[in-house]
Design a protein around this ligand. Structure first.
Ligand code: HSE
Length: 334
């Protein structure tokens, strides 16, 4: 899959009812602050249909605090698509369900933005290009790492310069797996960005650009052993460490317990380890992450994930299709 064909919409015909499946993601991968993202096989689903009157159905406990009126992010982003495409702003029926934990550093807000863009664009026959969706989502998030991964899948290397975003998508190594330890507490991206310094020393900048470049080279050539040396950061993780007790210990010692490398996932608080799926030390690594966080009094859920190769996908629904709340209970929903 190349940059031009990464995002698939079932049909360029106008749809009246669509179901969007959008992956969550991890950003930064350590040194690639605001530049690297990887899609993960944790998903959000959005049903969107043109309606006579707007109604928004948020399914699941973690959606309880999210507004279900026209201030809803998905509704607002959909209106941006209609405005940009110069079409009438229809009322919408929206349903959403997500397995991506909110405010944990796994790209939940990026997935909502990307899902809303892709769904609304499908309802108007795909008038906006993938590039336009990427530009809109990058400027909404102010960094392209999570949105790029959710849109295009795989690993995305990207920048956003305030006017335009550019990216190249890399195919993840087939044996690359991801262990995440998701703390029970939330940490907003805003809070985790506010602790960062406005300026950094040249030697720290050089450290990060050399390590991030090496990490991209390691990921694109499949040199998994090099990840251990490349996945180090001096731009953001040291400043965020105080908000995630146990993080520095995990970063320093995860490779001694079978990880290829470890990082804070996005702005945190989730900790992430890259793992060779053929490793026989997966249990040991999981115990290490759990026990390190537990010792700090932090409860965490561990999940084994894989990179998601597809970005957002949209399928059309018919009148008889199961409603989202019925469909998410189905075992074969993947
Ligand atoms: N690159 C971003 C950060 C990801 O680390 O703040 C969070 O959205």
């Amino acid at each position: 899959m190349n940059n031009d064909q990464a995002h698939e919409v079932v049909s360029k015909e106008k749809q009246t009812r669509v179901r969007v499946k959008v992956p969550g993601s991890t950003a930064n991968l350590g040194p690639g602050f605001d530049a690297l993202g990887m899609a993960l096989n944790l998903y959000a689903w959005i049903d969107m249909a043109i309606a006579d009157k707007t109604s928004i159905h948020l399914i699941g406990k973690q959606m309880e605090d999210i507004p279900a009126d026209k201030s809803n992010l998905i509704f607002k982003v959909a209106q941006m698509v209609f405005e940009r495409a110069g079409v009438h702003h229809p009322e919408l029926e929206i349903s959403m369900y997500s397995d991506i934990p909110l405010t944990r550093g796994l790209g939940s807000s990026a997935s909502a933005i990307v899902g809303a863009l892709a769904g609304a664009n499908a309802l108007i026959g795909g008038k906006l290009s993938d590039d336009e969706l990427f530009q809109i989502s990058s400027s909404l998030e102010k960094h392209p790492d999570n949105v790029g991964a959710s849109l295009f899948g795989g690993i995305v290397v990207a920048f956003w310069d305030g006017a335009r975003a550019e990216f190249i998508r890399l195919e993840p190594h087939p044996h690359l797996e991801v262990l995440v330890a998701i703390p029970a507490f939330q940490l907003s991206t805003e809070k985790a960005r506010n602790v960062l310094p406005k300026q950094i020393a040249l030697n720290d900048a050089v450290f990060n650009l050399s390590h991030s470049s090496l990490l991209v080279a390691a990921l694109s050539t499949g040199n998994l052993d090099m990840i251990r040396l490349a996945m180090k950061d001096k731009l953001h993780q040291p400043y965020r460490a105080a908000m995630i007790p146990g993080m520095l210990h995990i970063l320093e010692h995860a490779t001694e317990h079978g990880a290829l490398g470890a990082a804070l996932s996005g702005a945190g608080p989730t900790m992430l380890a890259l793992v060779d799926g053929r490793s026989e030390r997966k249990r040991e690594l999981e115990d290490f992450l759990q026990s390190t966080l537990n010792k700090e009094g932090i409860e965490a859920e561990t999940l084994w994930l894989t990179p998601c190769l597809d970005g957002v996908t949209v399928s059309s629904l018919s009148e008889g299709s199961p409603k989202l709340h019925q469909w998410i209970d189905r075992e074969d929903r993947e």
